[in-house]
Design a protein around this ligand. Sequence first.
Ligand code: UDX
Length: 474
Amino acid sequence: QQEDKKEHFTMDAPHVVVLPFPAQGHIKPMLMLAQLLCHGAGGFNITFVNTDHNHSRLLNLIDQTAFSRRFPTLQFMSIPDGLSPEHPRTGPSIVDLFFSTNSVSKPEFRNLIVSLSQEPTCIIADGTMSFAIDVADELGIPVITFRTYSATCTWIYFHLQKLIRNGEIPVVEGNGDMDKQISCIPGLENILRRRDLPSICKLEPDDPIMQFYITQTSKMTRASALILNTFQELETPIISHLQSIFPTVYTIGPLHTLIDSPSKNLSSLIQMDESCIKWLDSQHPKSVLYVSFGSVIVLSHDQLLEFWYGLVNSGKPFLWVIRPDLVVDNNEPNKIPDELKMATKERGCIVSWAPQEDILSHQAVGGFLTHSGWNSTLESITFGVPMICWPMITDQQVNSRCVSELWKVGFDMKDTCDRSTVEKFVRDVMEDRRQEIMESTVKNARLAHDSIHEGGSSYRNTKKLVQDIISIHL
Ligand code: UDX
């Protein structure tokens, strides 16, 4: 039995249980919200529930005494994720967590909730962990669902059955109609092509993963409200559509801008290598391309080399995050051609995990080659850094399309990564076509900042969320 640190809780304050899906891109925004509710906006008591696997990773990296001093009413607890310790949790294996959490973590989560010494005022559960809605319903606890994707991708997930009925799913690569427009999703009629649909749309309709997405998306509608890490001005029409499904939609992003600097890096599951900041300090303003593919996707050794040649051939300085588990068939790690190693020594810097927000806000960074994870996309928009998008899974195909077609804050390199394409896109974003997107990039960064300042949309919605939780508690 884990220690329930109720003695540190503030008497009579609301108690919110926060349950993220066990992956970096979900834990980070949900922990930032938890910190905000605990410290700044709310003064609430928070129980943040990780899986055992991530619980130990996170706590190993946090200075726990300093953390408790800063967030005295935020306690971490954990439940099993149902996978063996050695089971991979990145790449294609990530979907195993959908099923294991639903069968194994669900009863454990229920046991944890009933064992808490202060009854929760409400549960804020990740949309991908919608089993929490069953638990909350059974125990009579209000529940709010937090979708860590964009509003646009969230809206598309509500149309999976319609896409199946209309014969748009499965999307078959290479059959020649990947550029066909998708016209059955209101608000996105002239935006989406088949190749821009979430990656799960390549699955057969009866595939268990497709069925999982359909079920959990529909279950989310039983929550009393939806939280999104986006801002009103970025996705106005789509947020209006979501308001026809959820009585309340709180758009409270970009969450990372609401958290002060010392607290930001407290949500990383991987040790950061800060040495790259020193390297950036020595580079010219806006000269460096930052490259990162987030915490989940994996590359083949061939893809790694194509990216590497493209970067080197572009002649631009680059800072690249290569996670130790990024390359899957890396049996011969020394098979990196000497010419690449030498060019990297001259004008590159490679780290295994980086303080991404410090990098994106650094004056030397002029562009971001990204996998279009939602957190990376939002961070890049906020810091006014134009993107090259190379999406691979889940929501990333949608994000990259919005970046290039809707918001015009970058270019979508989707589906190809041969060296000459990479080289061309790097030159485009850093030089040749930079002008096309900079006006919009600067404008969206300003809108993002305006939204979180007093009177801004995210500022107001965060206040409303706090007030609504207080009124449940009273
Ligand atoms: C996953 C999915 O892949 C993504 O599509 C979905 O939107 C969220 O869940 P992930 O792949 O990790 O997330 O990407 P992303 O959403 O971009 O989140 C990565 C986070 O890690 C970002 O907040 C980024 O700042 C941080 N990061 C990344 C670092 O702190 N250091 C790094 O070196 C790389």
